[in-house]
Design a protein around this ligand. Sequence first.
Ligand code: HEM
Length: 549
Amino acid sequence: MTLSIFGLYNRLHDLDPCSPKEEYQVLAFIVMAETTAPAAFYTLLCLVGGIILLLKLTKAVFSRRRHAAGINLPPGPCPLPVIGNMNSLLGALPHHAMRRLARRHGAVMLLRLGHVPTVVVSSPEAAREVLKTHDAVVSDRPLYVTADILSYGGQNIAFAPSGSRQWKELRRLCATELLSPKRVLSFRPIREAAAAGLVRFVAAAAASSPAAAVNLSEGIKVLMNDILMRCAVGDTCPMRNEFMAGLDEVLRLLAGFNLVDLFPTSRLARTLGAGSLRAAREVHERVNRIVLAIIQDHENKQGSNGDDGGRRDDILDVLLRLQRDGGLDTVLTTQVVCAVLFDVFAAGSETTATTTIWVMSELVRNPAVMQRAQSEVRQVLQGKTVVAEADVHGRLPYLQMVIKETLRLHPPLPLILPRSCSESVNILGYDIPKGTTVFVNAWAIGRDDKSWPDAEEFRPERFEDGTVDFSGTDFRFLPGGGGRRMCPGLTFGFANIEMALASLLYHFNWKLPNGANPCELDMTEAYGITARRKTELLLQATPFVPINQ
Ligand code: HEM
């Protein structure tokens, strides 16, 4: 047997040398190594012994400090000097690694990510404490260096401090104007036109080469970008591709595990991470230039009296009207307008596209569910040549269950968005100091066997009794987070997802290319702030209901 240091490290990584039982396991593992790789034995023994000693010393120092301070911190793996528990996250997606660690250390777990003290909650009871009982205290966002640059210094909705007047006004604006049910309804023609565009794209691809696969990931991303773009700023946007590429880069940088974010006070980290900071500033400037050009274009079209010739209001029109007329309890500077538009694009497009792509993936892997969802859509739309939202709205209960089940297994933001404690707080008996970053592992909670029988299986019927919804009050199901910071765009997002799916399921039959077995579809997630598919979803489409050209 060849025993690589990396292999040993990975195995050790699964064990906790601070627990006596596991210490024996580590030693037994070394004995096993000795019998198979005697030459490396003594080197490995020194290495492992050294690591265990270091971990024990660190733990002893930490627990002495903790007890001396009279506080009961949550349990967690021993942090290593400098890197803390970053080693525990290596080699896996953060939400996966955090679930594995939580199974060992508990539903309220303390990690140190670089220099950042971080609590991860992984049960509905703990999530309720964070998102309801102590919502007021745990509702700020940690403004890492990268996030500070990309969020206009925390002036947008997603990063503004929850106690600020600006954040409260912007949230009120979302509820009453920008993302209100009435406004979402007014975007109906945009959704219909964009979904019809997706259907045409698939039909053209299927017609040109019936046996070839359609890149559905690509088609769905374009559709969702299109809807968001038109609803936010109207029909035209020169530099659209550049803008979308910039947003992709922003999401990558916001993943939050950059050197400068992990070691915010370290000069060395700033030096080593200067490249990523430069990239953040550069992309922020690029995206901001485009948003400013869009605003200028809108102002020119509106003219001095704000008259736009009877065009439907998009989100930017509303913001500019409020900027001009006032009436808010905060000043809507152009920078705040840019920041809000940035929120709408960044938060709205990726989440809805990711969810729709996962729904199609799960449907292809579960043909019986696909068949039931298609029968429902086809029955409701029987005889129609186009999918009109008025025909399907509220009439596709099974499809809604399919979307919920997908969000349970694949929440696009698996750790929701990080929170930060503005005061010290006690959660399920553990003291969480002020300034601690808090993650709610919605992905782990959605896959917890204690809440969801056969949790890993895709079974939309589990939502049949209609008692679990998105309101953020059922802490077993948190795709949109909860509390005062809960997603304000869920109604909008859900409407876009439903329209796209109804169109895809009505017009086409779907299967994997080359007669592949549905179970073979790769469901691996990519690394990033959102848990999107790692590979593009390539499916073979067969037209079922001809499209109306
Ligand atoms: C399937 C669709 C969506 C999902 C699953 C989703 C999920 C989430 C989650 C988990 C959060 C963090 C909530 C928390 O901290 O408790 C969030 C925040 C947010 N979402 Fe969404 N989202 C979706 C669609 C949208 C859309 C379409 C928009 C707007 C166009 C939007 C705008 C926002 C904003 C502005 C925030 C920040 C709220 C704040 O910090 O006060 N989202 N979303």
